[in-house]
Design a binder for this molecule. Structure first.
Ligand SMILES: *[C@@H]1O[C@H](CO)[C@@H](O)[C@H](O)[C@H]1NC(C)=O
Ligand SMILES: *[C@@H]1O[C@H](CO)[C@@H](O)[C@H](O)[C@H]1NC(C)=O
Ligand SMILES: *[C@@H]1O[C@H](CO)[C@@H](O)[C@H](O)[C@H]1NC(C)=O
Ligand SMILES: *[C@@H]1O[C@H](CO)[C@@H](O)[C@H](O)[C@H]1NC(C)=O
Ligand SMILES: *[C@@H]1O[C@H](CO)[C@@H](O)[C@H](O)[C@H]1NC(C)=O
Length: 396
């Protein structure tokens, strides 16, 4: 059975917060009943525009503000990998090549263990994806992370993201199987215009047709390419961007509002992986750049609720639900993390077991107990907690 540390910070009384580190040391992880055996329920938007319930068996929740998934201290299941590869200028389809370097994907976690502390928009705690201004050997220095699993099939995929304001990069949140089975949300920082308040986002299904057209997504509103104006400045703060990938449609959202929906032959038919990247290759028709100064986009979290394309996992999910004790439930989305109700609201939709912990499928769906990860570094955290402030450790 999966055992998770109980979240503690459900109080805002500051003297209790001051005792936080002590409490954490004194308390052992408590065994908890498994739940969510019958999956995670949330809502999606139908083609008619109505909200409808939907349920998925699998979960990946990553809190990049509190866990350095790439650091030595991280002992949890490794579900993300920083990418290291090169694309030459010709395969990159730009005047410059692209070098993806692990050093450009940098964790800068929040310098407090308090779960209630919120990162403010002035802070950049989270995973920093950096595009360097310096071109090295004809290659722009870029950043990308990808899930190790390749079985992300129908699902709802969400990211908390603050986009760079330095012109000349592409920040992308995407689902990928191959170059004709791909779903992208792409921000081109050179397209933002503060003077007229224009903040477009590019929503793309890469299909066999777009391949035939030389992947020229710049011809707007070809059904599987849509440019939408955001109702806010994506460089000024964190917002949630979301892809709902379903059998018959793909729906794109910003902060829970539908930006576009796509249907038809371009909907992928297989499982793939999830990626976040920040890149430039100097192509004036797309990323533009390279940026004049180092550019960084910051990822605060990823929440993925999905069904696996791996038939064995599907079977396991069904039997997990069948075997679950009477009253075992489907958990309902409350806006926070299912795996961590202390993070702001997910709880159990079904009644008696409110701890929301311990999906017992044993492969590390659950987030590592983030407080313990952050603990080691926290000499002066008590003051920070008491002030309710959130600062990042490194302050990159
Ligand atoms: C995901 O899988 C579960 C369990 O098989 C199933 O009940 C549910 O309908 C699936 N969800 C979607 C959107 O296909
Ligand atoms: C991508 O995968 C699909 C499904 O397997 C396949 O039909 C298609 O030909 C592939 N595209 C490329 C470019 O390999
Ligand atoms: C704002 O300016 C950009 C050029 O920077 C232009 O493409 C866009 O259409 C303008 N938007 C509005 C709403 O005027
Ligand atoms: C931004 O928009 C303004 C007003 O539409 C326009 O005059 C200006 O040239 C635009 N800036 C850029 C960088 O495109
Ligand atoms: C499918 O899932 C099973 C059970 O989790 C796992 O053992 C197996 O390696 C997976 N297969 C693939 C191809 O990933």
């Amino acid at each position: 059975m999966h055992i998770t540390r109980r979240p503690l910070a459900t109080t805002s009384v500051s003297w209790v917060s001051l005792l936080w580190p002590l409490l954490l040391f004194l308390l052992h992880p408590l065994p908890t009943a498994a739940d969510c055996e019958c999956g995670y329920s949330t809502t999606t938007t139908t083609s008619g525009g109505a909200e409808s319930d939907i349920v998925f068996s699998e979960l990946l929740e990553s809190d990049f503000t509190r866990v350095d998934y790439f650091g030595d201290d991280y002992k949890g299941p490794q579900r993300w990998a920083r990418q290291a590869f090169d694309k030459t200028a010709s395969t990159a389809r730009g005047p410059f090549g692209e070098a993806y370097v692990t050093g450009n994907a940098r964790s800068d976690i929040i310098a407090t263990t308090a779960k209630n502390s919120k990162i403010s928009n002035n802070d950049n705690c989270g995973l920093q994806l950096v595009v360097g201004s310096k071109v090295v050997d004809g290659m722009v220095q870029n950043a990308e992370i990808a899930t190790m699993g390749q079985d992300y099939f129908h699902g709802t995929y969400r990211v908390g993201l603050k986009v760079t304001d330095v012109p000349g990069t592409c920040t992308a949140f995407f689902w990928y199987f191959n170059d004709t089975q791909e779903i992208d949300i792409e921000f081109l920082s050179h397209e933002f215009n503060r003077t007229n308040n224009s903040y477009p986002v590019n929503l793309v299904l890469q299909t066999a047709q777009s391949r035939a057209a030389g992947y020229d997504a710049s011809r707007s509103d070809t059904g599987t390419f849509q440019k939408r104006e955001l109702p806010f400045d994506p460089t000024a703060g964190f917002h949630e961007y979301r892809i709902d990938f379903l059998a018959d449609r793909v729906v794109f959202y910003a902060d829970g509002t539908v930006l576009a929906a796509m249907a038809g032959d371009g909907i992928p038919s297989v499982g793939g992986n999830l990626l976040l990247s920040h890149w430039s290759n100097g192509n004036p028709g797309w990323s533009a750049g390279p940026p004049a100064a180092d550019a960084r986009s910051v990822v605060s979290y990823v929440k993925a609720y999905y069904n696996s394309s791996n038939a064995t996992r599907g079977k396991e999910a069904r039997s997990r639900c069948e075997r679950a004790p009477a009253g075992a439930r489907r958990c309902r989305d409350r806006g926070g993390f299912f795996s961590d109700p202390g993070s702001g609201g997910s709880d159990n939709g079904g009644g008696d077991n409110a701890n929301g912990q311990g999906n017992n499928n044993g492969d590390g769906h659950r987030n590592a107990a983030s407080p313990s990860v952050a603990m080691g570094r926290m000499g002066a955290l008590a003051l920070v907690v008491a002030l309710g402030a959130a600062i990042c450790i490194v302050g990159l």
